[in-house]
Write a protein that binds this ligand. Sequence first.
Ligand code: GLV
Ligand code: MN
Ligand code: MN
Length: 435
Amino acid sequence: MSPPPAPAPESGPDSARATSGAVATHALRIDAARLAERLRELALVGAIDGGGVCRLALTDADRDARDLVIGWMRDLDMEVRIDAVGNVVATRGGDPALAPVMCGSHIDTVRTGGKYDGNFGVLAGLEVVETLAATRTDTVRPLAVAFFTDEEGARFHPDMLGSLVYAGGMSTETALELRGIDGTRLGDELDRIGYAGSHPCPGPVPYAFVEVHIEQGPVLEAAGITIGAVTGVQGIHWEEITVEGRSAHAGTTPMSMRLDAVHAAAALTMRVREIVETVGGSQVGTVGSFDVHPNLVNVVAARAVITVDLRNTDANELERAIAELGRACTDIERSDSVVITRRVTADFDPVDFDPAMVDRVEGVATTLGLSVQRMPSGAGHDAQMLARVCPAAMIFVPSVAGLSHNVAEHTELDDLEAGANVLLHTMLDLANEAP
Ligand code: GLV
Ligand code: MN
Ligand code: MN
């Protein structure tokens, strides 16, 4: 089926004005100032000191951000659907009988997040839609812009939760029963903020999925390259580890008689670093959370709960690190006379993106005259879940000083613009492919 011809636009980018129909869309470009303004407005929701954002999933701030973005989607005449775990998918144009080309990301953040992580991918998607609307450019396939619930996994484990459920990797029932770090039930929080939608999961399978995202690491900036064509995402393993000791008086209890949960948890933390160094390669490991009870100066701690995040691009090496973590727990139970229990809260294999999709991103960037390099992603992303059901790809843009999950997270507007233009043309190419 050939794309319907679009009437000559009355307004829009000069370069596009003389064109008509999807065949002449190569000159289209997104509006960087409009993108920057939406990023600025969204960052005001849950704004924190230092220019950052705190918008943990399904909090009031997340609800307010959802309302704002959905308002923008409706302003663009998009059809908005909310599913049973709160994922939001808005579609525009095309033949409704055909699967849409979907882009998207997330608008939840970590507690000390920046303005761009996730938000850029969603607002770049809206920018694609607005650019097409402004030039009355239609596509053969519908376009969809999504934001997925709890991508960060900072409040409810695992990360990429909404896209995992969308892609059928976890049942809705299981997801709704998850407990957050504050003890709340995910289903209750969804109801509370009014985002328990009526559309079922797994969701409709897109024709393809493309996510533009800040790199969140130092590679592109160091290389002086504008666009990363992402080849895949490393494997991720999360555990919550509880160390049970015995509370005791800090002054009277001889060192030999202590069952010190904090000492044992600290020893385990040191072992995580040793494991990472021993496995080497791309292995990384983090103890990012340390919760102590009763958390008092003069009491030997009865309990410590820590989290461990292990990642590797190589599945076997990641398995090796996980096995070493098990040995470390056994050793420390013996040496410190404590009881250690492990709970796996996320476990995702490394993902390779569809090679043809990676080629496509690289080709679009080159055609637009942008420098591009192939690279794996260190962070987890919704695209890795969508890759379970459809061809998926990611576009990275540089992060200043490689900083992310930090209030100082920054990407230059020129780079955001470049990434959004690669998204625009990758989506246009896909959306105008013959069924
Ligand atoms: C999500 O941002 C993750 O990689 O943890
Ligand atoms: Mn992200
Ligand atoms: Mn993140």
